[in-house]
Write a protein that binds this ligand. Structure first.
Ligand code: NDP
Ligand code: HSE
Length: 444
């Protein structure tokens, strides 16, 4: 069979890994694909560095625009990143009738609907396994392996940088800034690390997973997003004492009223497997009605792990080359005509309508009646208490200490109700500073 000719746009961390793995495992990959997959042209702004990676036998150009419409390119891999030139190049490649592989979750989360529609019109594939959880084949699992199931929820650690930061801060007592620098050095972090630490990258990925899990359009703009920058070490410690780990979770959950789509630090029971996921590793838990709970674990970032997913997409395309587009796996796993109808029956819920349990920490004056006032307010709002702890944290100990921390775990309640209760608690003169509120996910 004729070989597949690939134009690679951007040979940075993931691009270089893709080139290396494809070259190293070429024979095996060709046997799997049924034909040779050859990168024939590479476009990168830094042509000298690109040439030092690919050698003299492969064409290197600086202008990616000229690659996307060439007759001698069958598939375009976009590994530049961002919404700017990447979007122009992806749409131009589709327009020129090329299949596209991308790891660019930001692009697909924000412009996916437009890009997928363009691809459907031209009868080409847009493949994006590497865009969610790096090397873990979660797109394939959700879109193909779990098709028999009605998916109830998906919850994942889908950002390696923040998981690495949380792990290092807890284990080694390192400070936030130095761990972030290390994550950048290791190639995990986005070009703009704000995307990582503010939860935006995880929300991009969770919005994509929610679309595939429930058959709704990608709605990143409706996701509730909180990162880890406001998380305090003392809460990580208290959570441990209560038997929980704090993880930045991306959650997509189907409820009777609609879909919860949220990213925030969450307390997870320490006994759950996902609580043990450390460093830059990712893990996604999926609950389907037939199979129950499954866990997908692996490297969510890095050069060769991400390349593994990029090449898996290339092989899928190589196997389908020449097939009728009607036989392609639907881009979001559901027939595209059904997506908009599902959107009205499964709207993304505002955060106030989310129902979950909570971890609350109030720093209070250590005097009689304080606890009673707080528990009374919770009770008046119908919030039921699950566990309660009083601790003197290191920074309030010492001579004349007259403050203490009250930590309360609640049962499930509506976020809007919790907001009202917290506003009342916050107004008590004996409550010092802002009450910390974290959400707790049992994942059972
Ligand atoms: P890098 O920044 O390492 O690589 C991007 C490359 O694209 C650089 O070599 C850059 O060149 C080049 N480039 C920039 N603009 C252009 C242009 N106009 N034309 C041609 N080349 C250009 O990024 P990553 O490899 O880390 O990420 C690539 C994509 O993969 C992103 O969408 C990212 O979100 C995604 N991703 C990354 C993962 C990771 O672990 N790193 C994991 C999963 C997904 P120069 O350096 O000279 O600017
Ligand atoms: N910045 C991302 C992360 C890369 O840290 O997980 C993988 O998408």
């Amino acid at each position: 069979m004729t070989r597949i000719r690939v134009g690679l746009l951007g040979i940075g961390t993931v691009g270089a890994g893709t080139f290396t793995v494809l070259k190293r495992n070429q024979a095996e990959i060709s046997r799997r694909a049924g034909r040779e997959i050859a990168i024939t042209v590479v476009a990168d702004l830094d042509t000298n560095r690109a040439r030092s990676i690919v050698g003299d036998d492969i064409e290197v150009v600086s202008d990616a625009q000229q690659v996307v419409s060439r007759d001698d390119v069958d598939v375009v891999i976009e590994l530049i990143g961002g919404y700017g030139i990447a979007k122009t190049l992806v749409l131009a490649a589709i327009e020129a009738g090329k299949h596209v592989v991308t790891a660019n979750k930001a692009l697909l989360a924000v412009h996916g609907t437009e890009i997928f529609a363009a691809a459907a019109r031209k009868g080409v594939i847009v493949a994006y396994e590497a865009a969610v959880a790096g090397g873990i084949p979660i797109i394939k699992a959700l879109r193909e392996g779990l098709v028999a199931n009605r998916i109830d929820w998906v919850a994942g650690i889908v950002n390696g940088t923040t998981n690495f930061i949380l792990s290092e801060m807890r284990d080694k007592g390192l400070d936030f800034a130095s761990v972030l620098k290390e994550a950048q050095r290791l190639g995990y972090a986005e070009a703009d690390p704000t995307f990582d630490i503010e939860g935006i990258d995880a929300a991009h990925k969770t919005a994509l997973m929610s679309a595939i899990a429930f058959g709704i359009p990608v709605q990143f703009d409706k996701a509730h997003i909180e990162g880890i920058t406001k998380l305090e070490r003392v809460d990580i410690q208290y959570a441990e004492q209560l038997g929980y780990r704090i993880k930045l979770l991306g959650i997509a959950k189907r409820t009777d009223k609609g879909v919860e789509l949220r990213v925030h630090p969450s307390l997870v029971p320490a006994r759950r497997l996902i609580a043990s996921v450390e460093g830059a590793m990712n893990a996604v838990v999926v609950h389907g009605d037939a199979l129950g709970t499954t866990l997908y674990y692996g490297a969510g970032a890095g050069s060769e792990p991400t390349a593994s997913a990029v090449i898996a997409d290339l092989v899928d395309i190589a196997r389908l080359q020449g097939a009728d587009p009607a036989h392609y796996t639907p881009v979001l796993g559901f027939q595209s005509a059904s997506l908009n109808a599902a959107q009205s029956s499964l709207p993304v819920l505002p955060i106030e309508e989310v129902v979950t349990s909570y971890y609350l920490r109030a720093r209070v004056s250590d005097e009689p009646g304080v606890l009673a006032k707080i528990t009374t307010i919770l009770s008046e709002h119908g919030v039921s208490i699950d566990a309660l702890l009083q601790r003197e944290s290191d920074d309030v100990l010492g001579e004349g200490a007259d403050q203490t921390d009250l930590i309360i775990l609640t049962h499930r309640t509506r976020e809007g109700t919790m907001n009202d209760a917290l506003a009342s608690i916050q107004s008590l003169p004996t409550v010092l500073g802002s009450v910390v509120r974290l959400r707790k996910e049992e994942l059972n």
